[in-house]
Design a protein around this ligand. Structure first.
Ligand SMILES: [Mg+2]
Length: 357
């Protein structure tokens, strides 16, 4: 029997929450990102649909967004408030099935194969519940797998339910750009365009398997061959386990001072230690990431004989790693990561790591 998967995606989540709690912002271009100051370093987290009309989109530098629409309302990211909304939405979804896989704060997959005789009616009900209970709108995609459900939710945003049945997948995907497919980022898309003149999913389906393997390597080539045909058998993962926990800081002004780097590492190590202890993990490998002003990024890692979760020990290891960087240029960003995680006994899982995607 075929599967039925829903992909629920709240529309313009951060901006929608801001417009919800501040009615005077409704109907206006709202940009949420960084500390809310468009003249400082930082990127757009979410733009309201009114702001998108000016060409503003996620991941765009705030300064660029300001140039496109100086009259937009710029607001800082308020994670605690968005987190509360996220919890309420995930709780609503879990009323319909325990098989919920959150993929970010405002997105989740639901396996409803056994729960829904009429998936369209169920999706409409969930969309209505989210709106009644939170005031937010969501778009919901329905498909025979996660890949197609996710593409479906993006087809008619905002506030819509869209179904891609297996038998109509080829036709519904044909004209879409290849970037709607998972695993095709701007780099792969550019290669496909330059080398095999492929722009759409339909065109990608005409490229033989051998040619894709030659172009992108065996594994990635075979993967693309499957996903452009709408094939995906990845399961819903309800027990989310982090592979690592990390924190990083981008400096407002690039720095060459070792003392500043050590202060930053101390603060980041304390935060990572707090994250690990809160969620009940210890890890053996400590990694320091340094991004220089020219965007060259270097990492140095050390694996310890035993797993740790104390900020002071993470700091000690990370500061030791600092000696293994050249530090011959100004530094733009510093990060500290702990990986090789093992669960400490009897702890509930938290969801703090979801913020990191
Ligand atoms: Mg969303």
């Amino acid at each position: 029997m075929g599967r039925t998967i829903l992909h629920v995606d709240v529309d313009a989540f951060f901006a929608a929450v801001e417009q919800l709690r501040r009615p005077e912002l409704r109907g206006k271009p709202v940009v949420v990102g960084g500390d809310g100051n468009p003249h400082r370093r930082g990127v757009v987290s979410t733009a309201s649909y009114e702001a998108r009309a000016y060409g503003i989109h996620s991941a765009m530098p705030l300064r660029t967004a300001y140039k496109k629409c100086p009259q937009a309302v710029f607001l800082p990211v308020d994670f605690p408030t968005y987190g509360e909304y996220s919890h309420r939405i995930m709780a609503i979804l879990r009323e319909y099935t325990p098989l919920v896989e959150p993929v970010s704060v405002d997105e989740a997959f639901l396996e409803v194969t056994d729960a829904a005789a009429d998936p369209l009616a169920l999706a409409e009900e969930i969309r209505g519940r989210i709106h009644t209970d939170t005031g937010l709108t969501a778009s919901i995609g329905i498909g025979p797998n996660k890949l197609l459900a996710k593409i479906a939710s993006g087809l008619r945003k905002p506030n819509a339910v869209t179904h891609i049945p297996e038998e109509r997948a080829a036709e519904m995907l044909r004209e879409l750009p290849v970037t709607v497919l998972w695993g095709i980022g701007p780099k792969t898309a550019a290669r496909l365009q330059d080398v095999v003149r492929v722009h759409t999913v339909g065109e990608l389906c005409t490229v033989p398997l051998a040619a894709l393997r030659a172009l992108l390597g065996d594994h990635h080539g075979a993967y693309l061959y499957r996903i452009c045909r709408g094939q995906d058998d990845s399961p819903i993962v309800t027990e989310w386990e982090p592979k690592s926990m990390s924190r990083e800081t981008t400096y407002q002004y690039d720095t060459r001072k070792r003392e500043v780097l050590i202060d930053t590492i101390t603060a980041l190590a304390a935060e990572v230690g707090g994250d690990l202890q809160r969620d009940g993990y210890r890890g053996r490998t400590v990694t320091v990431k340094i991004r220089y002003h020219d965007f060259k990024t270097h990492t140095r890692a050390l694996t310890l004989p035993e797993a740790i979760d104390e900020g002071a020990r993470i700091r000690e290891t990370a500061v030791g790693l600092l000696d293994r960087f050249a530090l011959d240029r100004a530094v733009r960003l510093v990060g500290v990561r702990v990986s090789g995680l093992t669960k400490t006994a009897g702890e509930e899982r938290g969801n703090g790591g979801l913020w990191n995607g």
